[in-house]
Design a protein. Sequence first.
Length: 354
Amino acid sequence: MFQIGPYSLASRVVLAPMAGVTDLPFRQLCRRFGAGLVVSEMVTSDSRLWHTRKSQQRLTHCDELEPRSVQIAGGDAVMMAAAARLNVERGAQIIDINMGCPAKKVCKKAAGSALMKDQKLVAEILHAVVAAVDVPVTLKIRTGWSTEQRNGLDIARIAEDCGIAALAVHGRTKACRFNGQAEYDTIAAIKAAIAIPVFANGDIDSPQKAKQVMDYTNADAVMIGRAAQGRPWLCREIDHFLASGELLASPGKEEIKRVLLQHLDALHTFYGEFMGVKIARKHVGWYLTDGVTDNQAFRKKFNQIEDAIEQCLAIDWYFEQQSAELFNHQPFQYEQGTRQSKADTASNQEVIAA
């Protein structure tokens, strides 16, 4: 257990903020699977852009479990402070500052990990945001600007001096993007130098790797990113292993199917059918690549479905055929069924396989 401001977090697993991934349905799912803290998708600090559909959905926290953490991104201290205040008014209970994103479209605006090159500006932004709100402020950084400029330790000390409540560190530099392997020496040095909680992030994709990184860095928690895509139960597996030293059995076919169908339903409800169907496609691709036999023919056909109920019917059919191991021997032959109401689908899913 560790503390962020007034919040005690029983699980030492934190879900990383990921644009286009950690929306409300996915955050809620990972919380149910044992994540102690989940962080929202990045929200721009320019509130003039918040009228867009995408921003409005990222600013939604209805029925979300506490503590609600919202990440903001920008390069102007005044705008960042204002964005923090507005998000707190909308229900944020923790403000997270993005200084770790390596994406070009973020960095070219002098935001994300590009900020690490200007330590004076880093201090200005952190001071301004911490002073602007009465909730905990956390920060996500990388180990440095480049392999020649690993200034993560300097930034960490600035963060602690500015009143940052917890620090997440990705074990790559801005220049590394997601290439190569994460290094944990810098994270260990940061943890040894500051007193606030530190989350180790980067290439943590199993309970054993999480324990290894925790032991090596002495971090207070691990932050899980891409490895949780299509595997939300990874949060449960890591939390259990860190607490007990015992490995949980991997989820079976029926549990994966149930979780995936619940996730689809949540996406359709949150985004509406038109966008929900489109957004569901990438999640289904992740689930079926990591959790069960990868079947490119099925995923190709699934990506052509334009109807929410048909998506659920197709998933149901897929898992029925999966149990019979037909995908290893026969081409994909699912045909779209007759559209039914969700109530009818729940009790009588129609599956047609030629």
